[in-house]
Design a protein around this ligand. Structure first.
Ligand code: SAM
Length: 233
């Protein structure tokens, strides 16, 4: 079979797998930038793409690829106990590690003559290899009557509160604090905790997004942001 070669890579705010939303569209303020690599960095490859509001990204779960796949997986939404066949889930541990996400187009520019495609709401780790891009065709791809078994609704959401200290940290950041506050709110609304941890009483968690370490306390339906500090590079 022909060797697949990535058409490029996506830069996203998600610098680690933990806390990335489970599907696209759940964190609309997250913006990604697709950098194309030769020979796919030809602006002609994108001619006409501006007619489409959304695109399918086909990509590879590169960070878990070497762990391989198993016929049965434990979907986090089922609490991590029940096993389902890998093809009955969107698990990242799958043959060839293929991912599929629909994203909103957020702009197309060129930098030194090379195309740069901005997208919104992706669920991809920073640096994920992109294998293909296709326009989203609502007449063919949107099937509201389709059945979706155990994954028939977005994950439950949580309230997000910023403590005094987190607010002080945001003020110290100044330049991009509004966008960062919005991004943190939307990510923590999605409750990134694994299902088996969601029963625990109070527990502290951390995530790294957009170059900042965020610490928060999860308790009874509320995520309380404790601190927002620049991550060591
Ligand atoms: N929408 C895609 C799909 O259905 O194929 C991805 C769904 S998968 C459940 C989303 C999760 O994949 C994210 O929450 C993150 O933990 C993980 N992920 C994202 N990018 C990845 C990468 N490059 N390598 C490994 N895991 C990744």
């Amino acid at each position: 079979m022909m060797q697949l070669s990535p058409i490029g890579f996506i830069r996203t705010p998600y610098q680690e797998k933990f806390a990335i939303p489970r599907q696209p569209g759940l964190v609309p303020s997250a913006i990604g930038e697709i950098h194309f690599q030769a020979p796919f960095d030809d602006v002609n490859c994108l001619r006409g793409i501006e007619q489409f509001s959304h695109l399918w990204l086909i990509f590879q779960f590169h960070q878990t690829l070497e762990r391989g796949w198993t016929p049965l997986v434990r979907p986090p939404r089922l609490g991590g106990n029940r096993k389902l066949g890998v093809f009955a889930t969107r698990s990242t541990h799958r043959p060839n590690g293929m991912g599929l996400s629909v994203v909103e187009v957020a702009g197309l520019t060129t930098r030194q003559g090379k195309p740069l495609l901005k997208v919104r709401g992706m669920d991809l780790l920073d640096g994920t290899p992109i294998l293909d891009i296709k326009p989203y065709l609502p007449y063919a791809d949107a099937l509201p009557e389709a059945e979706a078994g155990f994954a028939d609704a977005p994950p439950a959401i949580m309230e997000v509160v910023f403590t005094e200290q987190a607010r002080r940290h945001l003020q110290e950041i100044r330049c991009q604090s509004t966008e960062l506050e919005q991004l943190i709110s939307e990510v923590l609304t999605q409750d990134p905790r694994p299902a088996y941890k969601q029963q625990n009483k109070q527990e502290e968690f951390g995530m790294r997004i957009s170059g900042f370490n965020i610490r928060w306390q999860a308790e009874a339906g509320v995520n309380r942001v404790l601190s927002i500090e620049p991550a060591a590079t």
